[in-house]
Write a protein of this length. Structure first.
Length: 52
């Protein structure tokens, strides 16, 4: 799901520390999870109902 991770250290000293995390997320894998089927994305039910 996460292709790449980057950490940017914005400020680091004895009094204060701050960082930013940048994530490169694959949205398709995020939605599909482990085992996706085509039926999850393509449905012809509405068309079938029109022609019955």
């Amino acid at each position: 799901m996460i292709k790449k991770k980057n950490i940017f250290y914005l400020e680091a000293n004895l009094e204060r520390f701050s960082a930013a995390l940048l994530l490169d997320v694959d949205p398709v894998k995020l939605v599909r999870g482990c085992g996706a089927r085509l039926e999850q994305y393509v449905s012809d039910r509405s068309w079938k109902q029109l022609f019955l």
